[in-house]
Design a binder for this molecule. Structure first.
Ligand code: EPU
Length: 421
């Protein structure tokens, strides 16, 4: 096992390119299964979750290769509708293969997905959507056996705008018979990105980005070329890091319109923010003030993925910042670790009240999920002395290389082999 060692107290300066969006790239790789032929995905971030998606694609019979910066997926050969349990457990996004495999093969067998431990993460809404389209789904001993000779277009009213369920429903409906109308759909920019890829592949999807999505089923899709949108949570991470540590950082290849609530909160905390075309600049003295309550909501509300990041930035802010996590049931697992660094946080259920402290101190902490791990890195950058963050592999699910990016900005951060395993 390896851990990240951060020597805090240094402000961040410089410019950073923002990687492609993980949460766009993963469903688009699953969509490539539907697009019979060769698809070319550009700006695909290279992450452990991407690697897991590529292994799933190869396992089911697709050819996948990298040429320069572009990832190629050839799904023109026969596809095997089964994903082994080991691969399913590697990440949550493995579940977005369900819709495409069912639509393409008429059957699929897989087990429950893995992913970050931030709550129960059921897939009932994914199954509701597929059942409405006529799929027969049998759940036995953690295995799902799904069958649908022909998926038929229908109306699906999602009780909650789940991102994954929206994606699975859209993916399955692309090859369905007739029109599918999805209401209360998730509105995340990553869903609009998926729509762009699918339409380039010959699908007929409209409305993504709003809460009503229409999919007119077509007979088949073909390979397509696509450029993945920039990652709004990676951008939020670098901004929160600069806010906490102080400094002057420019982000390029970023779409600031995708993370307005994060920018608003950082401004309220006293950061100077400027936005331009594909550009954001942040200047921070590192002396922040508490912002109004941060309540996570589905897009376009405050993103749950940025809650731990902003909490880390608020640890030394003057005053009290209240956080309420409404999306995931246990997404405050970074709190006990932040307390070890001298933070003052009181929690009750899914709420946390952060009282700014004058100083944080380096400590030994453990990341237990991706964004919680990023929060520990941010706190470590603002702390005095050295912090050792175990569980650094969680960060590799979502950041191409957290240490390379932050070193470029002048941080002292290194990954080391653990002596004690
Ligand atoms: N939910 C259900 N039943 C379902 C599906 C979801 O109850 O069938 C619940 C979940 O348990 C959760 C809530 O609905 O409490 C939201 O889940 P959603 O389905 O919207 O999230 P997801 O598709 O599992 C994606 C991102 C997450 C991000 C959430 C919310 C990907 C691969 N993951 O997850 O990203 O937090 O949307 O925006 O797109 C991350 O990048 O760190 C990350 C966790």
């Amino acid at each position: 096992m390896r851990s990240l060692h951060v020597l805090g107290g240094k402000p961040l300066f410089g410019a950073l390119r923002v990687q492609g969006a993980k949460n766009s790239a993963l469903p688009i790789l699953a969509a490539a299964v539907l697009a019979e032929g060769v698809s070319v995905i550009r700006n695909c971030p290279w992450l452990s979750d991407t690697d897991a998606a590529v292994r799933i694609l190869r396992e089911i019979g697709c050819r996948v290769w990298l040429d320069g910066e572009a990832l190629y997926v050839d799904s023109s050969g026969p596809v095997r509708p089964e994903i082994p349990e080991g691969l399913m457990r590697e990440m949550r996004s493995s579940v977005v293969f369900l819709g495409p495999l069912l639509a393409r093969c008429g059957e699929v067998r897989l087990s429950a997905p893995g992913g970050c431990e931030i709550g129960a993460r059921p897939i009932d809404l994914h199954l509701l959507a597929l059942r409405s389209m006529g799929a027969e789904i049998e759940e036995r001993g953690g295995t799902l056996n799904c069958r649908a000779k022909c998926l038929r277009g229908c109306r699906v009213d999602l009780p909650f705008p789940s991102v994954g369920a929206t994606e699975n429903a859209v993916l399955a409906a692309c090859l369905g018979r007739g029109e599918t109308l999805l209401t209360n759909a998730a509105r995340e920019p990553e869903i609009a990105d998926l729509q762009r890829f699918l339409n380039a592949a010959g699908a007929s999807v409209s409305g993504a980005g709003s809460s009503v999505i229409r999919v007119q089923g077509v007979k088949r899709l073909h390979g397509a070329a696509h450029q993945v949108i920039p990652d709004r949570i990676a951008a939020s991470t670098w901004l929160a890091a600069c806010a906490a540590a102080g400094g002057d950082v420019k982000l390029y290849d970023t779409e600031w319109r995708h993370y307005r609530p994060v920018l608003r909160t950082l401004k309220e905390m006293g950061c100077d923010l400027q936005t331009g075309e594909n550009l954001v600049r942040i200047r921070s003295t590192g002396k922040l003030k508490a912002a109004g309550p941060v309540v996570t909501r589905p897009y376009p509300g405050f993103p749950t993925d940025a809650q731990p990041l902003i909490m880390a930035a608020a640890l030394r802010a003057e005053g009290a910042t209240a956080f309420r996590e409404t999306i995931f049931e246990s997404r405050l697992r970074h709190v006990p670790e932040l307390l070890r660094m001298g933070a003052d946080i009181r929690t009750e259920g899914r709420c946390a009240l952060v009282w700014g402290v004058p100083k944080l101190r380096g400590a030994e902490v453990r990341a237990s999920d991706l964004r919680g791990g990023a929060a520990l890195v941010i706190a470590a950058l603002a702390a005095e002395g050295e912090t050792r963050i175990c569980g650094s592999e969680h960060l590799d699910r979502g950041y191409e290389s957290v240490e390379t990016s932050l070193t470029e900005l002048g941080a002292e951060i290194e990954r080391k082999e653990d002596r004690d395993g």
